[in-house]
Write a protein that binds this ligand. Structure first.
Ligand code: ADP
Ligand code: MG
Length: 432
């Protein structure tokens, strides 16, 4: 009997990173020099994976390897390494549409679960930039463009159903990470479970969420829609930590949660993190006038992100030549049909907005009472002060879930931000 060959997978050391790249002609060329000239930096700061930046005399690359467990939790929380293959497939699937808005994927090794991609430097993680009070004037417009391109070109509006079915079949295999979304985003925040991290001052809020049947009914609608409404290929984790930016360049990274679902999920996710940045800002210090200015800019970003997405999605749709099986243009060819089609387009994006409002709320709730919390709030050292910031965001989220009809437009959402600020730690006294 033949011995089974050793699995090529092992957790990479710096040395393994260099050996791996030495075998890849494209990487060798990009780095230049000889492998002994290459310098490796471990830059992992996300929740799940190992990430290295490698520099050679001519240039650099980024190497990302899926670990067999959740990096921030350790080996006690195993996680399928094959998630890397979905990140690779997602990146390749979208590359023709999002072009320079994502890092270029140079190589994927399906045995070692390693991606080699374009190194983004001097880009910073958008979340860190926002916390530091920096401005990235084009970032939200670029992310909106990315989401609009991805959402249209992977939907039944753009592709034959055979293409769509292949995407659904492929990304339906991304089950380990969908389990995380189903549990951490949609389930845990509304029950008591070990993974939740509820700060003591927020216990009344967590209890109020668990007890609120009307709110949980809306959450149930949104989770069912996430599971059943295969509208377009989603990034699945589009928060401000999945965007890297310089003042004039923006890239969306980390598509390992890819899934075919409701377009509003990605839109709402990104909105949620801008909204949380708005609630956190006054607690990061700085001069009062500077805080007001920065928050106004963030509120502007909330509106700009949605309005850019909406405008670009409609433009891409109107300009699209090839049509998907979802809507044959021949059915709307005469003047009356064309007018009707335009109304149809408007209602299609209005429905995305309704979804986005709901998913925005759900993402805020999971970041405050769930497992994976965010630096925007965690950098506020005083837990009581941090809870004040979070209480406002939770109060807004409750309203978004329970009175969605009051948020028909992005202007309604922006106008509501200050109304819930200072909602405090008592959910009974907070505005509803
Ligand atoms: P995780 O899946 O663990 O969240 P990410 O893909 O978010 O990992 O990457 C973790 C960190 O690695 C990012 O926050 C960023 O600092 C860095 N990083 C990721 N991709 C690149 C890249 N292409 N170029 C430069 N740095 C990157
Ligand atoms: Mg990730």
């Amino acid at each position: 009997m033949l011995d089974k060959p050793p699995s090529p997978y092992r957790i990479f050391t710096d040395r393994d990173v260099v050996d791996h790249l030495a075998d890849l002609p494209e990487a060798r060329e990009r780095l230049g020099g000889a492998p002994r000239d290459w310098r490796v930096r471990d830059v992992a700061d996300g929740n799940l994976n190992a990430v290295f930046l490698v520099d050679g005399p001519d240039g650099g690359v980024c190497v990302k390897q899926a670990l067999p467990y959740v990096r921030v939790a350790g080996e006690s929380w195993p996680l399928d390494v094959n998630r890397a293959s979905f990140e690779a497939a997602y990146t390749a699937r979208l590359a023709p549409h999002v072009k320079g808005l994502a890092p270029k994927l140079h190589h994927y090794d399906p045995g070692r679960f390693v991606l080699v991609m374009e190194k983004l430097e001097p880009h910073v993680i958008l979340r860190k930039g926002l916390i530091a009070g920096e401005r990235f004037p084009d970032a939200v417009r670029h992310v909106a463009e990315y989401v609009a391109q991805a959402a249209f070109h992977t939907s039944d509006l753009a592709v034959p159903f055979e293409t769509k079915a292949a995407d659904v079949a492929l990304f339906a295999q991304n089950r380990a990470l969908q389990r995380i979304t189903v549990d951490l985003v949609f389930t845990d925040p509304y029950v008591e479970v070990w993974r939740n991290k509820v700060a003591p001052p927020l216990e009344p809020w967590a209890a109020a969420l668990r007890a609120d049947v009307a709110l949980k009914t809306r959450v149930a609608e949104l989770r069912l829609r996430y599971l059943t409404h295969a509208q377009s290929l989603l990034h699945g984790d589009l928060h401000s930590g999945s965007v890297m930016a310089t003042p004039d360049d923006t890239r969306v990274i980390d598509g390992e949660f890819a899934w075919v679902g409701p377009t509003g999920f990605d839109v709402g996710d990104f909105l949620a993190h801008l909204v949380m940045a708005w609630y956190a800002k006054p607690f990061h210090g700085g001069a009062p006038e500077a805080i007001v200015r920065y928050r106004d800019a963030l509120a502007g970003d909330v509106a700009t992100f949605w309005l850019t997405f909406r405008r670009r999605f409609l433009e891409i749709w109107r300009d699209a030549e090839a049509a998907g099986d979802g809507l044959p243009p021949a059915h709307f060819a005469d003047p009356a049909g064309r007018a009707r089609l335009e109304t149809f387009r408007q209602s299609y994006v209005d429905a995305i907005f309704r979804d986005a409002v709901g998913y925005c709320a759900i993402k805020i709730v999971r970041r405050i009472v769930g497992f994976a919390q965010i630096a925007d709030f965690l950098v506020i050292e005083d837990v009581g002060r941090r809870a004040e910031a979070q209480g406002g965001a939770l109060a807004l989220s409750r309203a978004l879930l329970k009175r969605p009809e009051a948020f028909a437009d992005i202007a309604d959402l922006v106008a509501a931000l200050p109304a819930f600020e200072g909602a405090g730690l008592d959910p009974k006294r907070a505005p509803q």
